[in-house]
Design a protein around this ligand. Sequence first.
Ligand code: FES
Length: 69
Amino acid sequence: MEDVVIKVRENGPYLVTGRVRLIDADGNPYTVQENFVLCRCGGSVLKPFCDGSHRENGFCAEQRATPQE
Ligand code: FES
């Protein structure tokens, strides 16, 4: 199994890299490539995918992961 990475983009979407299945609320699969972006701002008209609206709607999320000790 290949690694899947989900990177939180600065004030933007989640960048998903790797082979994954993305399933809707009814259990139906979306067609996705090995790299795609998921909306985090709530403004996309293409949810669950990012359509770039975060650049226009002032979305700001600067949280960072807490380092593990
Ligand atoms: S994060 Fe890009 S449109 Fe929402």
